[in-house]
Ligand binder design. Structure first.
Ligand SMILES: Cc1cc2nc3c(=O)[nH]c(=O)nc-3n(C[C@H](O)[C@H](O)[C@H](O)COP(=O)(O)OP(=O)(O)OC[C@H]3O[C@@H](n4cnc5c(N)ncnc54)[C@H](O)[C@@H]3O)c2cc1C
Length: 392
């Protein structure tokens, strides 16, 4: 590790590893530090990603694709189910292999990656950050940079210290609990999503197949709506109803942040990407695709900035990211604000409308903004549940 880099990236998830690759491809000196011993572990994810979200940034590779999804099953609170026939919908991947794959691409492009190394305390001088302290195996040192990229996930110490985001409030996140379930029989092409306000208030329960005999089965809920319920008790209730026999191979818990707007992603020479910037679909909790794309752009823009020396270039990052994802993330956040206030009967009614739009035929691509708009037009009363949300 050198004492000075053009770009320092904190965090080796999909966001940071992609930023490391594209910054290195742009010909600048890059260091990525990851606090865990290996990238991709421990796993805190259901590992589902849309085909479009993945292919925008990385070519799908059989080495880390577990299942190709050809549809989805949505189940409403009264038990009615809607099957969406959507060939090429996406994938369930193996992130313990996916992230090492991204790391290899970054290293091949010329990035330095150091694992087992924790970063904290970015130092600001005259309004600009210039160095950061790194801790590894009992020793600490400062490394200098021109651009700092916070890719340190939902806890985002770096993004918080640099003033990009604040501490998450319980109402601004989903708490998640998940099992890896083995010894089951399941359709490998069809993920299942159950909207059950008792088991997952403000969220849903998912079954994402990993093979025809195993799945990630979990739930996410808004803690302020759950009244002290134990997430694993809720998950146990679901699993014993859904599967006749099964084996729990592992369990995990995690947090998904809700989207907060564009102000969270750039401040001076610090960029935040992925979960660190809260770039998550608040409705489904999906954040891998946005992590990959924000990482790709942040790396590319850092390279352009270093070569040009013009501060204004850094603003290309929020501009380019929001031009692709801004409307969607805002619409999902709005829809989630409504969804979390809906009663079971209202969710049943919305799924009926979705069934009219998406059921009984093959769908090649889903325009989710259009779907949400049409539901709101059919049920304008739902809009009364909208709080005043202002995004900068
Ligand atoms: C239970 C659960 C299920 C989910 N399922 C899905 C899903 O199916 N599909 C989907 O799209 N999204 C899903 N998500 C969300 C998804 O996991 C995240 O959006 C995604 O991982 C964000 O990527 P990232 O690179 O921004 O952050 P992360 O993947 O969280 O990576 C951040 C990295 O930074 C490292 N780090 C943190 N602090 C430091 C530090 N100080 N120094 C050095 N390194 C540091 C961490 O160790 C970590 O490796 C799920 C989340 C949860 C909790």
């Amino acid at each position: 590790m050198k004492s000075e880099y053009d770009v320092v990236i904190v965090g080796g998830g999909p966001a940071g590893l992609t930023a490391a690759r594209t910054a290195a491809q742009a010909g600048v000196d890059v260091l990525l530090v990851e606090t865990h011993k290996e990238v991709g572990r421990p796993l805190l994810c259901a590992e589902g990603i849309s085909g479009e979200g993945l292919s925008r940034v990385v070519d799908p590779d059989e080495d880390w694709i577990c299942c190709r999804l050809s549809g989805a099953k949505l189940v409403s609170p009264n038990g009615t189910s809607l099957y969406i026939d959507h060939p090429d919908a996406g994938f369930v991947i193996d992130r313990t292999k996916f992230e090492p794959h991204l790391a290899r691409m970054a290293v091949d492009a010329g990035a330095d990656i150091v694992t087992n190394c924790r970063a904290d305390d970015p130092v600001c001088d005259n309004g600009r950050y210039g160095s950061i302290s790194l801790h590894s195996q009992g020793s600490s040192r400062y490394v200098q940079f021109k651009v700092l990229i916070a890719a340190d996930g939902v806890e985002s110490v770096i993004a918080r210290k640099a003033g990009l985001v604040k501490n998450l409030l319980p109402s601004q996140l989903a708490s998640c609990a998940q099992y890896r379930i083995e010894d089951i029989d399941i359709d490998c092409g069809t993920p299942e999503m159950y909207f059950d306000c008792e088991l997952a208030p403000g969220g849903y329960v998912w079954v994402f197949p990993k093979s025809s005999h195993s799945a990630n089965v979990g739930l996410g809920f808004v803690p302020t709506l759950a009244d002290g319920l134990n997430p694993f008790d809720m998950l146990n209730r679901f699993v014993s109803r859904r599967f006749e026999s099964y084996r729990i191979a592992s369990r995990t818990m995690g947090i998904v942040p809700h989207f907060e707007g564009r102000r969270t992603i750039l401040k001076g020479n610090v960029m935040a990407i992925g979960d660190a910037a809260r770039l998550v679909d608040s409705l489904t909790g999906a954040g891998i695709a946005t992590a990959l794309y924000s990482g790709q752009l942040a790396g590319e823009v850092s390279g352009k900035y270093i070569r040009s020396g013009k501060n204004s270039v850094l603003r290309d990052y929020p501009r380019a990211f929001m031009s692709v994802f801004g409307r969607k993330l805002r619409m999902y956040a709005l829809a989630h604000q409504i969804f979390r206030r809906m009663k079971p009967g209202e969710i049943d009614a919305v799924l009926e409308i979705a069934a009219e739009m998406l059921g009984g035929r093959t769908i090649r691509s889903i325009d989710s903004i259009k779907v949400i708009r049409r539901i709101l037009m059919r049920k304008p009363g739902l809009l009364r549940m909208t709080p005043r949300i202002v995004w900068k």
